[in-house]
Design a protein. Structure first.
Length: 337
């Protein structure tokens, strides 16, 4: 199995969140080939019309290797040189998929069984694939979740708390602003106050952060805006209750604040013999809700180029990840017997 060719084949199938069917069908066919003659089974786990997770198992899975098959936009195809494979999803997470499948090939060649591969949709938006998988577990005791950690075991990951804030005003001609009420000015005032809120810190995960991700509103420069919106994302390090309370106090009737998503921060266990790290992003792990077993978080590539125009994965890290996934799986399967 050529992991570089497999990674490029996956990258070249566009699979922006919500449009994962083609890459799902590719994986179903590829894993069916791997399962043939090795006692494996492969299935589509329906998530919604035209969307499904792909699960391959060999025996009753003690360990499940899992990552996501969707990507952020915009799509761009693969390329490579001596050092890197490039393209959308190269490190987040199609290179990781290639490493996991290649590790499965090695495990089967070494007569290791009782493991599975679970590739899910929707991680980049709402983790719908992981939420559906959590309702259909197969008894797995451990899940190795793949995200770009530069092949270091993550000791923890920050959570996410996302809001939509809406301010409303009154339309008027911009030459007579006293006749209107600017929703945009209200929005800017509230956002300025939100930015002053002190955010919690944690000894392991560091400081919570805020990103004002989008701002929209108004219809024309010569019209006083009657509505404006902002999307906020906090990266949390602990219980989000203090942030929720602070936001409620800041807004205090000056608009509508709606919580859209909460993914809790995690502190994870590690294994001897691995370099460790802490990551500031969220993963599917909380949404599995323990249904696929005790979680470990590790994968090749750097999060600093994920979602970027220069997304890439070092070839050597991809090769190293094959050995890492093989080793962890063998160790966990052997320890369970």
């Amino acid at each position: 199995m050529d992991p570089f060719a497999l990674a490029r084949s996956l990258i070249d199938i566009e699979s922006v969140t919500g449009s994962e069917k083609a890459v799902g069908e590719f994986l179903f066919a590829r894993l069916s080939e791997l399962a043939a003659g090795t006692g494996g089974t492969v299935e589509r786990m329906e998530v919604s019309p035209e969307r499904f997770n792909v699960l391959a198992t060999w025996g009753k899975p003690i360990v499940t290797l899992s990552t996501h098959i969707d990507t952020v936009p915009p799509f761009f195809p693969s390329s490579e040189d001596n050092e890197f494979i490039r393209g959308r999803g190269a490190c987040d997470a199609k290179g990781i998929i290639a490493a996991m499948i290649s590790a499965a090939d090695k495990l089967l060649a070494g007569d290791t069984r009782n493991f599975g591969l679970l590739f899910v949709v929707g991680e980049e938006k709402d983790s719908l694939g992981a939420l559906c998988a959590a309702k259909d577990s197969r008894g797995s005791s451990f899940v190795i979740n793949g995200e770009p950690t530069e092949n270091k075991l993550a000791r923890g990951s920050k959570g996410a708390l996302r809001y939509m804030f809406t301010a409303r005003g009154r339309l008027a001609h911009s030459a007579y602003p006293e006749l209107g009420e600017s929703a945009i000015e209200k929005l800017l005032d509230v956002l300025a106050d939100i930015r002053k809120v002190p955010l919690p810190q944690n000894a392991l995960l560091g400081k919570s952060t805020l990103n004002i991700g989008t701002i929209s509103g108004g219809c024309a420069p010569n019209v006083i805006a009657d509505e404006a919106h902002a999307e906020l994302m906090f990266r949390t390090v602990d219980d989000p209750a203090p942030i929720r309370a602070a936001l409620s106090a800041v807004v205090n009737g000056r608009g509508e604040l709606k919580e859209m998503l909460h993914t809790p921060a995690l502190q994870l266990e590690t294994m001897d013999g691995f370099e460790t790290t802490v990551v500031a992003y969220t993963t599917d792990i909380p949404n599995f809700d323990g249904a696929w077993g005790k979680p470990f978080l590790i994968g090749p590539g750097s999060i600093h180029v994920a979602h970027a125009a220069e997304e890439r994965i070092p070839k050597q890290q991809l090769l190293d990840a094959i050995g890492i996934y093989t080793r962890i799986t063998q160790q966990l399967v052997a320890g369970a017997h």
